[in-house]
Ligand binder design. Structure first.
Ligand code: NAD
Length: 318
């Protein structure tokens, strides 16, 4: 397929990367998509794969030059729960990885960057509901601190050097194609697999812990949507608030019970519940809708139906 884009996805084996690489391949041609991650994926990929750490600047630049990369989606990161266990590594990966890519753009090696931030930039001093784009952001996790610093780096590089870097603050993401990598909302993926395997699930968040969440299909739509929007429409160069769903574990379990009558959930909140407690419950994404036309497709029951339909096929075939 002809495309004037050559895309590099860094962190292509992860929860988002697994789905995003395939969607980008379908849209722009698999020969125009290169994935990188620490290890070669277990299942062979339709896109080109090169093992490389984002912290290995020299090797990364070789890959960028070899494939004439124009657009980079930088997904490699230490997530919230994992980050608390290794503060220095989380800071190193989340900030220096981003700096490498921003500097490649500054040196005209690449043209456009997508880098995701998170609702974790908000903290206990942020209002809980309908959080505005410009509400107080005083995070209390190293993950949130690094994302907030990253947002400001993106903004700085845009205004100082004209770098076309685009970002959204993902809520907790839920999908059926891939497993999450150490975040506080991982429960919302695991619960589906446990419903299929043994009809019971122990949740590490408390039952009433409401968080902003989103179906992976909508997250991918937003990701490609912001990257494809005309440059002039991107008015915020830190990171856009993004919203679709908000629910607690009890509400998710009730939806799942509509499909598995004897499904049982119990609650054993751990330290991840404390992280979740510091975050907002719902987000106002007026600017994303207004500037580049963001609109989600899935409500809670539509998401649950779609995940169960797809997992039913997967478990039947395994
Ligand atoms: N999944 C969510 O719910 C969520 C929510 C908010 C923000 N985000 C952000 O989205 C991005 C992707 O998240 P994800 O859920 O896919 O994460 P993930 O942990 O599932 O995937 C990250 C991938 O990066 C790889 N990686 C780690 N260190 C690397 C390195 N040095 N070089 C290259 N690759 C490396 C990992 O092997 C992994 O495959 C992250 O920036 C994350 O902060 C995710």
């Amino acid at each position: 397929m002809f495309s004037n884009k050559k895309i590099l996805v860094i962190g292509s084996n992860g929860q988002i990367g697994t789905v995003l690489t395939n969607k980008l391949g379908e849209k722009f041609g698999f020969e125009n998509v290169v994935g990188t991650d620490l290890k070669t994926p277990k299942i062979s990929t339709k896109f080109i794969f090169e093992a490389c750490s984002v912290l290995d600047k020299e090797k990364l630049l070789n890959i960028i030059t070899k494939y004439n990369i124009t657009d980079v989606y930088l997904l490699a990161a230490y997530l919230s729960a994992k980050g608390e266990q290794n503060i220095s590594k989380a800071w190193d990966l989340n900030i220096n990885g981003l700096l490498h890519i921003l500097n490649f753009a500054k040196d005209k090696k690449i043209q456009k960057i997508f880098w995701p931030s998170s609702i974790a930039v908000f903290g206990p001093t942020t209002p809980k509901d309908n959080v505005d784009q410009y509400d107080v952001a005083e995070p209390t996790t190293i993950y949130g601190v690094s994302k907030l610093a990253g947002e400001n780096l993106c903004n700085y590089y845009h205004y100082k050097f004209g770098i076309d870097v685009r970002s959204i603050r993902y809520p907790g993401l839920i999908g059926w194609e891939s497993m999450p990598g150490g975040g506080t909302t991982d429960y919302a993926v695991d619960i589906f697999h446990k419903a299929f395997k043994n009809k019971k699930f122990t949740c590490f968040l408390s039952q009433n812990r409401i968080l902003p969440m989103m179906y992976m299909n909508d997250a991918i739509k937003a990701t490609i949507g912001i990257m494809e929007a005309p440059t002039d429409n991107i008015k915020i160069r830190t990171s856009y608030n993004l919203s679709s769903l908000h629910f607690n574990p009890k509400q998710l379990a009730q939806e799942i019970k509509k499909h598995f009558k004897d499904f049982k959930i119990t609650y054993q909140p751990d330290e991840r519940d404390d992280l979740a407690k510091s975050w907002p419950q719902s987000i106002n994404d007026f600017h994303a809708r207004n500037d580049w036309g963001w609109e989600p497709n899935f409500n809670l029951s539509q998401m649950v139906n779609d995940i169960i339909l797809n997992l039913r096929n997967r478990y039947k075939n395994n």
